[in-house]
Design a protein around this ligand. Structure first.
Ligand SMILES: *Cc1c(COP(=O)(O)O)cnc(C)c1O
Length: 398
């Protein structure tokens, strides 16, 4: 038997993000090569036949797979401890494919109600049109997950920490409930990033990312990825992915590979800055409350201590004075930009009630804790003292 040596050795994240998954061409290039090609040629008709039969390894068509895209998938697999992965054109392509590939009409899905708006549209509307029912629950209420289970329940779906109120759901506990029901648990791990939370190790079956966020981290391109066991990908995703085509462009895969090289550094720095900003905001008289998973006063601090290794690069806070005060604060900022994106090198502020969550009814927003004074702050790579001065200056304008 062939012994697995160095290549199988588990590298620490910072090393895996620089070297993981690299496949060099015959030129021996240092940096990852960008294979801008739709298709591949075969040395003979017999070779083409063998590759289509699956008897010979190799690429067939870039909708199925591409060398640059595969390097991105393998680097993410090394980080996540996943056996296989498929990279997608956006985070939403990843969520939609991860859900749709494993359900059929008559099945049932349970999802935590605090979801990124488009994820909520997929589970509530897209799946419903295909005859897949969905029950939304308060993700922190384990009895609610248990009570929602039906004989036909196939998938549990959640995001933690949630957007924008940074609630934290116990992945291990929800995975146990899912598995007892014969369902799989899919976790959208965008807010924690693979640096701060490892859903597969905590019991989840599938993890999805919008690589648009921290993985690119520099505001350049969209991307996504689905990671799981080789068996889950083979049985559920492999054919669905090939024939529906949510594939990532090789150019974007190359950009994301470069993003991964600096992911550990960026997330560590942005998390340190976010923690300091959260503490400063919590002391300020014009701030009603701060929600930051790295603070001891977070309502889910006990779960966070078990499943996260840092507080995240995002925080939410409520300024006294509702929408008017929130708008005045946002408009007075000079460095922090108004944008609905997150995970970027540039610090970004969002007013969820009028942008990302405007489509929810006022009741649904209240249920999720999205008040008119709530702001979500994504901390970037600027000097934290400049950010603190910017925030203090803008608060004095409120
Ligand atoms: C941004 C985001 C998505 C969607 O990703 P896109 O790359 O924009 O399609 C999904 N889930 C969460 C939690 C996100 O923040």
């Amino acid at each position: 038997m062939q012994k697995k040596t160095d290549t199988a050795r588990k590298l620490r994240p910072a090393t895996a993000m620089v070297h993981g998954g690299t496949t060099r061409s015959s030129f021996g290039e240092t940096s990852e090569a960008l294979f801008l090609t739709q298709g591949f040629v075969y040395p003979s008709a017999e070779a083409a036949e063998a590759r289509f039969r699956g008897d010979e390894p190799g690429f067939i068509y870039s909708r199925y797979g591409n060398p640059t895209t595969r390097m991105f998938e393998e680097r993410m697999m090394a980080l996540e401890g996943a056996e296989d992965a498929r990279a997608t054109a956006s985070g939403m392509a990843a969520v939609a494919a991860a859900m749709q590939c494993q359900v059929k009409a008559g099945d049932h899905v349970v999802a935590a109600r605090a979801l990124f708006g488009s994820c909520r549209y997929v589970v509530e509307t897209v799946l419903d049109r295909c005859g897949v029912a969905c029950t939304l629950v308060d993700g922190r209420d384990l009895d609610a997950w248990r009570a929602a289970v039906r004989p036909e329940t196939k998938v549990f779906f959640m995001e933690t920490p949630t957007n924008p109120t940074l609630e934290v759901i116990d992945i291990t506990a929800v995975a146990e409930i899912a598995h007892a029901a014969g369902a799989t648990l899919v976790v959208d791990n965008v807010f924690a990033t693979p640096m701060l939370q490892r859903p597969l190790e905590l019991g989840a079956d599938v993890v999805v990312y919008s690589a648009t966020k921290h993985i690119d981290g520099q505001g350049r391109c969209l991307g996504g990825i689905i990671l799981s066991s080789a068996a889950w990908i083979d049985e559920n995703l492999h054919n669905y992915f090939r024939h529906t085509g949510p594939s990532l462009s090789p150019f974007n895969a190359w950009t994301l590979l470069k993003g991964l090289e600096t992911l550990p550094l960026r997330v560590a720095q942005q998390t340190r800055s976010a923690a300091r900003i959260a503490d400063t905001l919590a002391e300020h008289g014009k701030v009603n409350k701060v929600i930051y998973p790295g603070r001891a006063d977070h309502p889910d601090a006990a779960i966070i201590a078990r499943q996260m290794t840092g507080g995240s690069t995002l925080l939410a806070f409520e300024v006294a004075g509702g929408k008017e005060a929130a708008f005045r604060f946002s408009n007075a900022l000079e460095i922090i930009l108004i944008s609905n994106n997150l995970g970027d090198a540039k610090s970004l502020i969002t007013h969820p009630a009028t942008t990302t969550h405007k489509n929810l009814t006022p009741e649904a927003r209240t249920e999720l804790g999205i008040s008119d004074g709530l702001l979500r702050l994504s901390i970037g790579l600027e000097d934290v003292d400049d950010l603190l001065e910017d925030i203090e200056g803008a608060l004095s304008a409120v």
